[in-house]
Design a protein around this ligand. Sequence first.
Ligand code: CP
Ligand code: NVA
Length: 307
Amino acid sequence: MSPSRHYLQFLDFDLQEYLYLFERTRWIKDRFKRYERYWPLQDRTLVMIFEKNSTRTRLSFEAGMQQLGGAAIFLSTRDSQLGRGEPVEDAAQVISRMSDIVMIRTFEQEILERFARNSRVPVINGLTNEYHPCQILADIFTYIEHRGSIEGKTVAWIGDSNNVCNTWLQAATVFGFNVHVSTPPGYEVEAERAGVYDDRFYESFADPMDAVRGADLVTTDVWTSMGFEAENDERLRDFQDWQVDAEMMRAAAPEALFMHCLPAHRGEEVAAEVIDGPHSVVWEEAENRLHTQKALLEFLVIGKQNS
Ligand code: CP
Ligand code: NVA
């Protein structure tokens, strides 16, 4: 049995593989929009393990797997033995003998890596404290759909240097774009935690207005990520000046897009007039989770296909 390919962080695939995935995404999305059946994963099973809440990730993986002819099984910490202390290595041995692919949303990246090391089947990161690669897969596909190549463009990240930010930084090194990051003091990017060792692709700005100036894409995320709820009150105070508002969007390029992985808090990290305004592509971005992940599932379970 050859070792499985996993998708644990954005750097696990190279540029050619991403370009292939985007080509497959377009093909799969077009067929889906024409209501044409495409069942390459018939009789295959995806197991989804959630240690944190989710709407989009669960729905897009579950619906996506069904639309590819397969089945998806949902497990959560609350109702499985994982919540009662079964070692993640043992869970991986068992779950991967009963399924063809596994998606996990958990806390530390290390938990995901331990699972993957003991899995007989591919493992996908459905969000950890450190990374959210499936989100940026959809985001870059969405950017390309609207504006063409992202190479050489500028992405402004405003707010917390969290899992989504880290993944943008990794993606910049693969696709060759620049990330302008602005976080409040004390919440700066930690290069090692972000898994980014090449600082040519990002620049930090103390003032968020400087980060957005001329940007082709402005993006943000919640001030308090899942697992950090105890810091909520402090973060609400610290992040007040890092709300993406209409003034920031005016400073960006005229054709700039606004993205947010969702769920969003209007009046906190983003003003309602921005997320509900003309630059925003957040609904297309959310929908593209479905299409890009179907290409990812196909690739990891049955390998490259001809369009
Ligand atoms: N963006 C995202 O991953 O959403 P969920 O938390 O709803 O899955
Ligand atoms: N940074 C957020 C993303 C949610 C999709 C979190 O980890 O909660």
